[in-house]
Design a protein around this ligand. Structure first.
Ligand code: CA
Length: 217
């Protein structure tokens, strides 16, 4: 997961870049409107400041939308309701009001990236997780999974390599307010590993959760 941070104020960008990195999100940083189009080509999400030294962020958004559907989160100052509304109308996916907490921003970044990915599939060569057809193929062989096992694998496959916290898996596959021992999750993971026939594919990340150990090609 890589985010392009467009922000000209170092007092804002520096803690943001460090904080996103702490949250396991890679970053690229530009400070000028003229740099955005080129830099946005190889990232998963763009965080766009609207007040840039060489141009208006909303104009940048308009140009970006002509060539790309990369998810965009606009960053506005408190009270700038008009900018926010225009931004959403121009195709921004979400907005944050500055100053915002890095944890909140990281959650929003993941949420917009997830929404964008919801119809797409993981195809790593070895493992194909096809959401639209609800189909899993490993090393060329179809794998039969229960609905919950599929959902679990699909969440892990959204971002291969990321350690997905147990709580996130619970809340997205079972219940947002799930309270319990976590046994259900472990039982499903065990069954998933067995059906995939490769226990190494889903790694246990101690004290965190689980990670899918394939590259998204
Ligand atoms: Ca600014």
């Amino acid at each position: 997961m890589k985010v392009l941070v467009v922000e000209d104020d170092p007092a804002v960008s520096e803690p943001l870049l460090a904080g996103l990195k702490r949250n396991g999100i890679e970053t690229e940083h530009v400070a000028y409107a003229s740099q955005v189009l080129a830099a946005a080509q190889n990232v998963d999400v763009v965080l766009l400041d609207l007040g840039l030294p060489d141009g208006d962020g909303l104009e940048v958004l308009r140009e970006l939308r002509r060539v790309s559907d990369v998810p965009v989160i606009i960053a506005t100052a408190r009270g700038d309701e008009t900018d926010r509304i225009v931004g959403l109308e121009l195709g921004a996916d979400d907005y944050v009001v500055k100053p915002c907490s890095v944890r909140e921003l990281a959650a929003r970044v993941r949420a917009v990236a997830r929404r964008r990915r919801i119809d797409s599939s993981l195809d790593s060569g070895r493992l194909v997780v096809d959401r639209a057809r609800h189909r899993v193929v490993l090393d060329g062989n179809p794998v039969e999974l229960t609905a919950k096992e599929f959902d679990l694998l699909a969440v892990l496959a959204e971002e291969p390599g990321r350690a997905v916290p147990r709580q996130e898996l619970f809340s997205r596959v079972w219940d947002p307010v799930w309270i319990g021992t976590g046994k259900t999750l472990d039982v499903h993971i065990a069954s998933l590993r067995k059906k995939l026939g490769d226990a190494e594919l889903i790694e246990t990340v101690r004290g965190v959760g689980y990670r899918l150990a394939v590259d998204n090609a």
